[in-house]
Design a protein around this ligand. Structure first.
Ligand code: CTP
Length: 416
């Protein structure tokens, strides 16, 4: 995926890419590219151990800047203080268990930890380590300490580690790290405002089978729903994503994913997950109708021409409406948020839809000309049940997700 250009390409930001000593150091090369190609000025600060994995020459060539590891290099320039003071953003990827521990302890025994100790700009850490190290209480306590201090520690991905083992601890992909770092620059560090909350998000399009090889689907990518899940998980929520067709996307780290295809499967999964949820967000593009009959074997031209030329459709259940009915019957107390994609009169139709469906909030975006679907940016209006409308300015989908969560959280805190 090509990186988004920096929002302010006119005044390049000073981005420090810190690299600790882990095998994922090679992915830092892609991360450097994400920032340089966005117009940022990148300074790479590896730990001495990181140079066992990638050489200083690679980092210097990719960033166009000198590379030092120790506090005694360029002492005349007071480098151990200056690099951190000049930074607009520090991203440490990979952040190993050892580097996390040293930053949490306030150590400054190499240029990277000294830089982190001096910094007043946003600091984002992308952990990478074996599952045992990540889950060890020592690491978890250090992560909690850093998060309490406003440092953003991203959730690691769940996947293949250095050896043949798999589990949580794998470093996120460079594009995911850059996306989160840019979001933090725009919205400020994530607080743990959703800690202890259970969040259910549906994302992507549903698929309604015609026969074993054909289906009716739609153009939703699931990107906005996944961004909402990502932000919620980083604000401390316990997140379940019920995902339709989202195969082109990286899974949001820290969220449980339930894969579904049809609307009826999605309804079952959402209803089950929503039982004790605090928030349910229906960001999925749900098919309102499905073919009346699903053929067991492939419909053949010349043999099944009637079935292929005329599809009779029947209505699907409305998942959102069903959730609202449950809430009205006292079966759940979840805050329910809907989405609407409209080609015409988005605000007028959005307000009418919110009223018709009975949700607490509706995010409406204009999809005139097929915009939004699959794209990296979004915008729209967040409409509340009391009629109040908040405009959500155009921005990357993660920034839009953070604004939507701000709106949802403001609504629920007003109620308490
Ligand atoms: N939705 C749902 N179940 C359906 C259809 C839609 O839960 N069967 C949810 C969507 O996830 C979204 C909201 O309802 O959060 C609005 O979806 P949309 O398709 O825009 O609404 P419709 O009721 O289908 O309205 P219309 O087709 O008239 O625009």
């Amino acid at each position: 995926m090509s990186p988004e250009p920096s929002e302010n390409t006119k005044t390049p930001r000073n981005v420090v890419v810190g690299v600790a000593g882990g095998i994922a150091a090679y992915k830092a090369c892609h991360l450097i590219r994400e920032f340089t190609e966005g117009g940022d000025n990148v300074r790479v600060v590896p730990t001495p151990a990181a140079l066992n994995f990638v050489g200083a020459a690679t980092f210097e060539a990719l960033s166009g800047n000198p590379v030092d590891t120790g506090v005694f290099s360029r002492v005349d320039e007071v480098q151990h203080v200056r690099v951190g003071k000049d930074a607009d953003l520090i991203v440490i990827a990979p952040a190993t268990a050892d580097t996390i521990a040293r930053i949490a302890a306030g150590r400054a025994d190499d240029l990277l930890t000294a830089t982190a100790l001096v910094a007043t700009c946003p600091v984002v850490l992308a952990p990478a380590m074996h599952t045992e190290m990540w889950e060890n209480p020592a690491t978890q306590d250090n992560v909690e300490t850093l998060r309490r201090r406003g440092i953003v520690v991203l959730e690691p991905a769940h996947g293949r580690l250095t050896g043949t083992d798999t589990g949580p601890g794998r470093m996120l992909e460079a594009a995911q790290i850059a996306e989160m770092a840019r979001t933090v620059l725009e919205t400020g560090p994530f607080g743990l405002s959703l800690q202890g909350k259970k969040v259910v998000i549906s994302a992507g399009g549903t698929q309604e089978n015609i026969d074993p090889v054909r289906y009716i689907g739609n153009r939703s990518s699931g990107r906005q729903g996944f961004a909402l899940a990502d932000i919620a998980a980083h604000r401390g929520a316990d997140v379940t994503v019920v995902a339709g067709d989202t195969d082109a996307l990286d899974t949001p780290p820290g969220a449980e994913i339930v894969k579904v295809r049809s609307t009826r499967d999605m309804k079952k999964a959402v209803d089950r997950a929503a039982e004790n949820a605090d928030f349910v967000i229906m960001a999925a593009a749900v098919s309102d109708y499905r073919p009346e009959n699903e053929a067991d074997s492939k419909l053949k031209k010349g043999e099944s021409d009637d079935a292929l030329s005329t599809l009779r459709m029947v209505e699907n259940p409305d998942i959102l409406k069903g959730l609202v009915d449950k809430r009205n019957a006292g079966e759940t107390s979840a805050t329910i948020v809907g989405f609407a994609a409209e080609t015409d009169k988005p605000l007028e139709y959005g307000k009418a839809k919110l009223e018709r469906k009975g949700a607490d909030l509706l995010m409406v975006n204009s999809v005139a000309g097929g915009s939004v679907f699959g794209e990296l940016r979004n915008s729209g209006w967040l409409i509340r049940a009391d009629g109040e409308v908040e405009e959500i300015a155009d921005g990357p989908k993660h920034v839009v997700a953070a604004r939507i969560w701000d709106g949802i959280e403001a609504l629920t805190s007003n109620r308490q």
